[in-house]
Design a protein around this ligand. Sequence first.
Ligand SMILES: Nc1nc2c(ncn2[C@@H]2O[C@H](COP(=O)(O)OP(=O)(O)OP(=O)(O)O)[C@@H](O)[C@H]2O)c(=O)[nH]1
Ligand SMILES: [Mg+2]
Length: 230
Amino acid sequence: MIKVALAGNPNVGKSVIFNALTGMRQKIGNWPGVTVEKKEGVCKYKDVEFHIVDLPGIYGFTAHSIDEKIARDYILKEKPDVVVNVVDASNIERNLYLTMQLIEMEANIVIALNKMDLAEQRGYKIDVRKLSRELGVPVTPTVAVRGEGIEELKSAILQASKTKRKPSIRYSDGIERYISLVESKVIENSILPDCPLRFVAIKLLELDNEIMKEAKVGKEVIEKWISLVS
Ligand SMILES: Nc1nc2c(ncn2[C@@H]2O[C@H](COP(=O)(O)OP(=O)(O)OP(=O)(O)O)[C@@H](O)[C@H]2O)c(=O)[nH]1
Ligand SMILES: [Mg+2]
C-alpha cells in the first residue's frame, strides 16, 4: 500500500482529482479534534493500492490557520510516500510558492499541473519538461474535469513511490551560509529531530512562530546564531 496525500492551494481541483482517482471508494470524516472535513479514499493501479488523503486547500505552511496546521502535520508526521501537489496551471506563479515549501519539507512530490484547458484559453504556453527539470519534480498535465491525465498521474505516483526522491532547491551562496549555520545549531541542540533538518533551519531563519514555539527557540537565540555568520 502506498500512502498518498493531495496538497495544493484552495480551488485548484484537488477534490475533482481525488474523486477521479478514488471513484466511489471513499470515506468522509473529520480530522482529529476539529471540524475540518477529512476525505480518504483508495485507488488501485497495476495491483498496487494507493491510500489517498485529500488535504485542506492552503497557500503556505506557516500553520497560522487550522487548515495549514493539518496539512503541515500530516506531511511532516504521517510522512506520506508521495505528495501530489495539485497546481493550477492558469495561476502558476502563485501556486509554486506552496511547491517550494513542499520541496523544503522534503516531501516526495509529483505535480499534477491541472486546469491546463484554462491555461490554454488564456494563451499561456507552459514548457512542462522545463518546469519539471528546473524543480527536479515529475510534472503531469491534467484537465481533471474531463478526466484527462489521470492515468498518467497514477503512473507518476507509482513511479515516484519507487524512487523516493527528495528534491531540493539551492539558494544563493549567501543564504546557503545562513542555512548551514542554523542547521548545525539545530543538530547541536537536537531540535525537532523528527522533522527535515533543512526545513526546520529555513523556518527558524524565517522566524516562523509555530516552528519557534515547537522548537522552544526564541527570536533572540536565532538572531545570536545569525550574527555568527561572517
Ligand atoms: N476548467 C477547469 N476547471 C476545473 C478543473 N479541475 C477542477 N476544476 C474546477 O475548479 C473548481 C474547484 O475544484 P475543486 O476540486 O473543488 O478544488 P479544490 O482544490 O478541492 O478546492 P478546495 O477544497 O476548496 O481547496 C471546480 O469548479 C471544478 O469544477 C480543470 O481541469 N479545468
Ligand atoms: Mg476540495
